[in-house]
Design a protein around this ligand. Structure first.
Ligand SMILES: [Zn+2]
Length: 178
């Protein structure tokens, strides 16, 4: 996705759409979009064509560019279906973009989680805390398997154990000093 067509659609703002048609058609199209007159919107995988189906039975398809469209209504100029279809496709594309962004962010989060527990695991092994180090290993595995349920369930307990260990170590240290 990133073709000329979807690129143009995602950037289609009010100015563009009123220039493409006119203010009246734009306003009507926006209203109709909001009242869910678009029954189905289909954007093919490479973004080269966009199809919209309306509840009144009209169909429109854009291929390669916004200007290259075919609508089944009788209008011979840029019709409200075209504008409505562009708005519907634009909203769908933006929604997909947001979803992808969220997925990327989650992916980055889980990668830093894995890195963190991996580091803690090694540090624990170095001080012979094998039980807790094993716990960290399990969390690292869960991260690699993208097992979010285990991560969410077990991480708080792990953090607790870690906190207890730190407190014990501190206590030992001050005993040593005294
Ligand atoms: Zn039309």
């Amino acid at each position: 996705m990133g073709s000329n067509l979807t690129g143009a659609i995602i950037n289609a703002d009010e100015t563009f759409l009123t220039t493409l048609s006119n203010k009246g058609i734009y306003n009507r199209a926006l209203k109709e979009y909001e009242s869910s007159i678009v029954k189905n919107i289909e954007i093919d995988d490479n973004g080269e064509s966009v199809k919209a189906e309306f509840t009144d039975g009209v169909n429109i398809i854009m291929t390669g560019s916004i200007q290259n469209y075919k609508c089944t209504c009788p209008s011979r100029t840029a019709c409200k279906h075209l504008v409505t279809a562009i708005i519907a496709a634009r909203e769908k594309l933006r929604e997909n973009d947001n979803q992808n962004q969220n997925e990327n962010e989650n992916e980055a989060d889980i990668e830093s989680y894995i890195t963190a527990v991996h580091g803690i695991k090694s540090a624990l092994a170095n001080i012979d805390e094998s039980k807790l180090s094993g716990f960290a290993l399990e969390l690292e595995k869960a991260g690699k398997e993208r097992n979010l349920a285990v991560i969410a369930d077990e991480t708080p307990a792990f953090m607790n154990d870690l906190q207890t260990l730190v407190e014990n170590l501190k206590a030992k240290e001050s005993e040593g000093v005294n």
